[in-house]
Write a protein that binds this ligand. Structure first.
Ligand code: GTP
Length: 324
């Protein structure tokens, strides 16, 4: 079959017309005509170029034998309404990024792994009113898809940035409080034991004054990394203020939390932060408060761990205290 002399029979408002393939070859849309058996009858230049398969080699064969990436069962089901209802079918890239796995060769979209496609499939109604064939229009929508995906990625990054403290990578105070509030409500509903922990570096002002603000920042960073190592993924650790951290230990009684607090305290005491040839040691104080139904709000609960922290400071620092 000679592709260049072939014509495509289309149904336009009930009348059949012949479209020369020269015209179909000149547009930047993939055009294929297939029959009920998915045998290819028309394969235009766009499809030739992007598939690197000449019309002569594709025409007369099954689309599935040429393009193994097409999910046959899915496409057969998808195309049902074309024959049964004589209605068009649309496949958009958000549902399925592509029908044919073509690579991208345009300057803007060449970074994409493949060509994102929207596909329209409509019935070709023969003169006798029957549908024996259908036409597939394959649109290259890579540019739009990359734009949208890029925007989504950017939004995701912005969302993360708005939740995370830049210096430590822990949750920032605002987001931590939001999540803590949710967890408080869960505790009220489920009554499971959980413990709120407040932690503060001892005499941090002295570290800043002695070694400089940058050294102080490094101490905060190293301590944050240590905290991350000591808590579970289901716990909630945040930088609450300058050198103050808040941790919500989920499903932990104050006894469990006591072990975590003591571990953090000991590891912090042993940690040495190197900065410009100086070795900086420091200690931390911690306050713990287990959830109680008496707490009227998340903040009331946190206030109790803060009181315990204050007691730890008052009692000589480098220790944890429990809110009674
Ligand atoms: N380097 C650095 N310092 C900070 C940061 N945020 C707050 N600070 C400093 O942390 C110090 C906190 O000092 P204080 O609140 O007096 O407490 P402290 O010296 O740790 O004493 P205690 O808590 O009583 O043991 C202040 O000097 C703040 O300027 C920060 O992000 N980086």
């Amino acid at each position: 079959m000679n592709a260049s002399t072939k014509t495509l029979t289309q149904n336009t408002e009930g009348t059949a017309s012949q479209v020369p393939l020269e015209l179909l070859d000149s547009i930047e849309v993939g055009i294929a005509v297939l029959d009920r058996n998915f045998t290819v009858h028309v394969w235009n230049k766009f499809l030739e170029n992007h598939s690197a398969k000449k019309a002569q080699s594709v025409i007369g064969g099954s689309i599935f034998s040429h393009f193994s990436e097409i999910d046959e069962a899915w496409l057969r089901t998808k195309i049902d309404p074309v024959f049964n209802l004589k209605s068009p079918v649309f496949i958009i890239w958000e549902q399925r990024p592509f029908l044919f796995k073509f690579t991208c060769n345009r300057p803007v979209t060449c970074a994409a792994e493949f060509m994102y496609q929207n596909v329209t499939i409509f019935p070709i109604v023969e003169n006798n009113g029957r549908v024996e064939r259908f036409c597939m229009l394959v649109y290259d929508v890579t540019e739009q898809a990359l734009g949208k995906l890029g925007m989504e990625h950017l939004n995701e990054e912005l969302k993360t940035a708005s939740r995370v403290d830049g210096l430590t990578g822990l949750f920032n105070r605002r987001y931590w409080q939001e999540r803590f509030d949710e967890m408080y409500k869960l505790c009220v509903r489920r009554g499971k034991p959980s413990t709120a922990l407040m932690l503060d570096i001892d005499h941090f002002k002295r570290i800043n004054d002695t070694y400089g603000h940058q050294a102080g920042d490094k101490v905060i960073q190293m301590l944050a990394a240590l905290i991350k190592r000591c808590v579970r993924e289901t716990d909630l650790a945040g930088r609450y203020g300058g050198e103050e951290f808040a941790i919500m230990l989920n499903d932990s009684t104050v006894e469990d939390a006591r072990a975590v607090a003591e571990r953090i305290r000991q590891l912090a005491q042993r940690l040495t932060v190197e900065h410009e040839g100086e070795s900086i040691s420091f200690t931390v104080s911690l306050g713990l408060a287990q959830f109680s139904a008496d707490f009227k709000s998340a903040m009331a609960w946190l206030e109790c761990s803060d009181q315990a922290l204050y007691k730890a400071k008052e009692s000589g620092r480098n220790q944890y205290c429990i809110y009674e």
